[in-house]
Design a protein around this ligand. Structure first.
Ligand code: HEC
Length: 198
C-alpha cells in the first residue's frame, strides 16, 4: 500500500465510523421524537379523503388519454404555483354563478378568486407545521387555524365539520404520511369593490 492509498483508507474508515455513530444517535432521537402513526388510523384517513372527495379539488387535474384525470404526482398539493391564472372571466348577469380552472384548483365567484390549498406535509408551503389541534380547529370553525380568515367557497368545510373527531384526526394522520410537495399556493384575490353609490 502506498502512502496515498493508506491515507485515503484512513479517511474512509473515519468517515464510516462517524456515519455509523450519527445514524445510531439519529435513530435514538427518532424513536423519542416521532411515534409511528397507527396504520389502521392512517388507512381510515385515506379512505375518508378518497370517499369524501378531497382529491376532487386539492389534487390538480391533468389531461390524460381518456380526458381529465387527477395528477397523482401532485397528490393533494393544491393549485400549482407555476399555473398563473389570467384575470377571471366576467360572467353576464344571470344564473351562471362562478367559473373554475381546468385543473379544478382555482375558482372565481362573488367571493373573488380562491385557490385550493396544499394539504401535503411540506412545512413551508403545506400543512407540515400544523398540529392535530390546528387541523381540527380549521375544519370545525371554517377559519384558517381556527382564528384566521374565513375559508372561502367552494371548500366544503361544513361537511368536514360534521365528521367525528376520530375521523378528522384520521384524515390528519393520513395527510402526514403523503409525500411532502413544495408548492406555494397563491393567496385568494378579493372581489372588485362594488361601484360607489351615486
Ligand atoms: C369543491 C372543492 C373542494 C373540496 C371537495 C375540498 N376542498 Fe378543501 N379547500 C378548497 C378551497 C378552494 C380551499 C381554499 C379556501 C381559501 O383559501 O379560503 C380549501 C382549503 C382547505 C383547507 C384550509 C387550508 C388552510 O391553509 O387554511 C383545508 C384544511 C382543507 N381545504 C381540507 C379539505 C379536506 C380534508 C377535504 C376533503 C374532506 C377538502 N378540503 C375538500 C376546496 C375544496
Amino acid at each position: 500500500m502506498n502512502t496515498k492509498s493508506a491515507i485515503s483508507s484512513f479517511f474512509i474508515a473515519t468517515i464510516a465510523t462517524l456515519t455509523l455513530s450519527n445514524a445510531a444517535s439519529a435513530a435514538a432521537a427518532g424513536t423519542a421524537a416521532a411515534p409511528q402513526p397507527d396504520p389502521a388510523k392512517v388507512e381510515r384517513g385515506r379512505y375518508l379523503v378518497v370517499t369524501a372527495g378531497c382529491n376532487d379539488c386539492h389534487t390538480p387535474l391533468k389531461m390524460g388519454a381518456n380526458g381529465p384525470e387527477p395528477d397523482m404526482a401532485r397528490l393533494l398539493s393544491g393549485h400549482p404555483q407555476d399555473l398563473v391564472m389570467p384575470p377571471a372571466p366576467s360572467l353576464p348577469p344571470g344564473p351562471w354563478g362562478f367559473a373554475g380552472a381546468a385543473t379544478m384548483t382555482a375558482w372565481a365567484g362573488p367571493w373573488g378568486v380562491s385557490f385550493t390549498r396544499n394539504l401535503t406535509p411540506d412545512p413551508e408551503t403545506g400543512i407540515g407545521s400544523w398540529s392535530e389541534q390546528d387541523f381540527l380547529a380549521t375544519v370545525r370553525s371554517g377559519r384558517h387555524l381556527g382564528r384566521g380568515r374565513a375559508l372561502l367557497p367552494p371548500m366544503p368545510w361544513q361537511n368536514v365539520a360534521a365528521m367525528t373527531d376520530d375521523d378528522i384526526k384520521a384524515i390528519y394522520a393520513y395527510l402526514r404520511t403523503i409525500p411532502p410537495i413544495v408548492n406555494r399556493v397563491p393567496e385568494p384575490i378579493a372581489p372588485p369593490a362594488p361601484p360607489a353609490a351615486k
